[in-house]
Design a protein around this ligand. Structure first.
Ligand code: UD2
Length: 305
């Protein structure tokens, strides 16, 4: 039985990853500051250390006895990080450096970490491969790109196996819809399910590559399995399929059996117009790909599948 540390493990993606590790017989320790995570997302057998990912003592305490780290802790909202610049930086970039340093000191245990597709900025239409120049347009994207640079330094200077992932738009059960900063699918699904209107920021023709959380977990596990071969590299987590927000609302309306009421608000500052990932690199180097089509993932979210 191998023990893994998941930072941010009480959160949406981390708790699904914890389930998958437990299912295959591994042991899981979680470090979470409980800012958005919930203990109830995790099996009772998981040891949860309450602490901040930017706190070196908390990280080095939690990492003891682990054979690998999944560093997922972070503030996920692009809009929140624009408004809370320093706080976002401390968690999203200093937190990554803190984890890399602790992993190096703990005996060079591999680190799989989440960057973000936000590093590409507004890259335009068409599938975005990892070779596309990075041009973050937000504090969030800048901190994620900074984490990647430090991930590469961790490998090049310190010999640590770090594997970075750039998720596109993740959705699925346990994604918390309760904040204005929550992921769009969680918000729209919650509101449409309660017969409430949804607010579209802009014209609704912006596109996203929505990837189901179970698929995300399979990418992260593949990254850890290939941590030495893939060390120092970054990979998209995406489906290679694109959906407009208006089409998303249409699908959710069909699944809920209603015609959603749509209101429009001002487009968000720094909002990306088109975001579509190219999944080829992860498929060829890690053998990882997304299998769950959007309608299927949404019906699982609704508890229909
Ligand atoms: C998502 C991720 C972010 C990062 C990025 C990668 C979340 C919360 N954020 O940012 O972590 O990985 O993808 O590119 O998952 N919208 C509305 N109405 C609402 C809420 C959102 O119209 O009530 C729009 C929003 O303006 C944007 C789209 O929906 O055009 C998606 O917004 P989001 O906050 O779910 O995610 P995004 O793409 O900003």
């Amino acid at each position: 039985m191998a023990r893994y540390l998941i930072t941010g493990g009480c959160g949406f993606v981390g708790s699904h990853l914890a389930d998958a590790l437990l299912l295959r017989g591994d042991d899981v320790v979680v470090l979470d500051n409980m800012s958005t995570g919930k203990r109830g997302n995790l099996d009772a057998s998981v040891r949860v250390v309450e602490g901040d990912v930017s706190d070196p003592d908390a990280v080095s305490g939690a990492i003891k006895g682990c054979v690998g780290v999944f560093h997922l802790a972070g503030i996920a909202s692009v809009a929140y990080c624009n408004e809370h610049w320093r706080e976002g930086h401390l968690t999203n970039q200093t937190g990554s450096v803190t984890v890399f340093e602790a992993a190096a000191r703990a005996g060079h245990i591999p680190v799989v970490y989440t960057s973000s597709a936000a590093v590409y900025g507004d890259a335009g239409a068409g599938p975005i491969a990892e070779t596309r120049p990075t041009r973050p347009m937000t504090a969030y994207g800048a901190d994620k790109l900074g984490s990647e640079l430090h991930g590469s330094i961790a490998h090049g200077v310190h010999g640590l196996s770090t594997v970075g992932f750039r998720p596109f738009n993740i959705y699925g059960p346990r994604q918390d819809p309760s904040s204005a900063y929550s992921g769009v699918i969680s918000i729209f699904n919650d509101r449409i399910g309660r017969g409430l209107p949804v607010t579209v920021f802009g014209d609704g023709m912006q596109t996203r590559d929505f990837v189901f959380v179970a698929d995300v977990v399979s990418f992260l596990l593949a990254g850890m399995a290939h941590a030495d071969a893939a060390a120092g590299q970054v990979f998209n987590i995406c489906t290679g399929r694109t959906t407009t927000l208006l089409d998303l609302i249409g699908i959710l309306g069909r699944l809920h059996g209603i015609t959603p009421e749509v209101r429009h608000g001002e487009a968000r500052v720094g909002d990306i117009r088109d975001s579509l990932g190219d999944p080829a690199r992860a498929a060829s180097l890690l053998g990882a790909s997304a299998h769950v089509p959007l309608e299927k993932g949404l019906s699982i979210l609704l508890g229909r599948d």
